[in-house]
Write a new protein. Sequence first.
Lengths: 645, 85
Amino acid sequence: MTSVGPSCHGAAGNVAAPPGTPIVALAGAPNVGKSTLFNRLTGARRQVGNWPGTTVEVGRGVLTEGDDVAFELVDLPGAYSLDPLSPDEALTRALLVDVDPGERPDVVVVVGDADRLSRSLYLVRQLRETDQRMVVALTMGDLAQRHGLAVSTSTLAALIGVPVVMVDPRHGQVRQALMGELHRTLADAPPVPVPAPTASDTFAAADERFAWIDSVVSASVVRTDGMRARWSDRIDRVALSPVMGPLLFLAAMWAVFQLTTTVAAPLQDALDWFFTGPVTSAAVAVLGAVGLDDTWVRGLVVDGLIAGVGMLLTFVPLMAIMFGLLALLEDSGYLARAAVVTDRLMRAIGLPGRAFLPLIVGFGCNVPAISATRILPNARHRILTALLVPFTSCSARLAVYVLVATIFFPEQAGTVVFLLYVISILFVVVIGLALRSTLWRSVGSEPLVIDLPPYQRPTLRLTAAVTWLRLQGFLRTASGIIVATVAVVWLLQAIPVTGGYAFGEVPVQDSLYARTAEVIAPVFEPAGFGSWETTSALMVGFVAKEAVISSWAQTYSAEEPGVDQPPGTLGDSIRADFVESSGGHVNAAVWAFLVFLLAYTPCVATLAAQRREIGMRWTVFGVAMQLTVAWVAAVAIFQIGSRLW
Amino acid sequence: MTPSSQPARTVRDLRVGVAAVLGEPTVGLTQRLRLAELGIRAGETVHVVQRSVGGARVVSVRDSRIALDSATARQLPVIPGAGEP
């Protein structure tokens, strides 16, 4: 069925649930373990995607009994109530209340927190004012017990009029407890609605609901010792302290940054070696055995497919470490504290505090940083942050900075690189302010009100499951775009346009690639680096910034310098090129080039990650913005600088 | 800052560890409803458990810890004398 508004039925995803399978929606406030329960029920096998027409992410999966699909599960965005304050909450309301009754889920499982029961019951009460079939699943029972709270599920069920089950998705099995209640609830008649509040005023109506909640909680929860052990408070004395809090946060971010880049680096190098070494050699040997060694097929297989797939897979260690660390921070409860500590700083550019994390990670690699925007619950914050991340200067750009700075400013290379990082931060702040004052005027005005979850010891199984789930999503989305782009670049480099070469056996300067660079090069003349050689390096840099240096080396037919080695003849060639293209204003042109390199599209893998997180429309907008900002800044630097130098 | 000899007027003025009874929040309507959903509403007893960066406050209400920015804490009046030591 096609409906105009959002619907739980047949609207999105391609989950293997036969038609007519009952749909169960998971709803509940943020941080109550809803997604953990979803992952546990579905075995972390789920389709994740934006709901049609929105940027709100909704997970879908199936709940099986033996080999049969018993229920289709929909993981709705977190919502405290049916009175939405964000697009995520609006979607939850739309799917539960605003759609036609026939389009609503067959059963709603409201996931609640036994440790903070009253918090979870407002949504329950609002849904009880409808005839929606419902089961309440209480998590955090272990925490409640530790805090001296005994929740009577039978009393609670009797008072609210729907089944209540205790579940522990972080540690135990949950299917058996929930499955029986779901079948019983489906078989029973819909519950008789609780009378809606009599007051017409919103707050008077809310007060009536709160009075109902108070009576339910006081009858179903017994305090066994009257004192709550609050070791979370003791940790927060440090984690949220005005002085120690920011220091601890910076230490945590430094650890994330270091682990992501330094631990992943040797693994990335090993994978890179594996693909450029043994895999390439094996492919060449096989091609030689079948007589295709000296043909264009070798180029397609080695420079196209193996290079593309190899590049994708070199990101796997980086992404796995990043996703694992994020899952640990999230599961422990620290991310909510990080949001408090950084809120004031980030609010200046219209972002909540926790947006600090993806931006910091971006200085290591933009790809996991884009994926890290998922920690932001608000879709608009996710989009804004994902648009700003490419302006954080990743480590791949560092290699080009060092080479160029060593060639042109050998005595001040370190200072030049440092200044580029300062410029990167300025870009993030200025563009953040510009976007906030134009596209997102209302963003950033939201006050900080965060329900701080108690700290928990992260579970290895949950961390691994979340990491694997996110890694799968990245590989699924990124593989196509990366392999396709690398193949297109290879194709352009394989097609001869001058010199009478055969397809696939043409030097780069005689290829369609060089011709394309010649066509684009005049665009960069106002910035002082309008030569085809520099332009072609920037074109390759669109695929990956690391490739800028190898492109130069290939173009100038020079050896690529090793790490910590002088640039040699390659440096001489690049210098001569800049001298010619800048009309003698070399320093201005080099600075313009470096700033362009910093600000334009980081790499195709970042685009793939953006497309996954914020959709194609915003990704295209981001590319246009990056190219515009980079070009305007480069031209301004050269035009002003050439009058000074 | 409110001198220690004067009673606190808002949650922002409360000292760490001090409990107080909330008056009607002076925030906007939607924000007021969200605060109410989190248990921060008139008549509720809260106490400040932590001061944080930029004047933010962490308050304990019922069984929860809620972090509030400085501006929001200023818009949560407390009833003079009620709940304060």
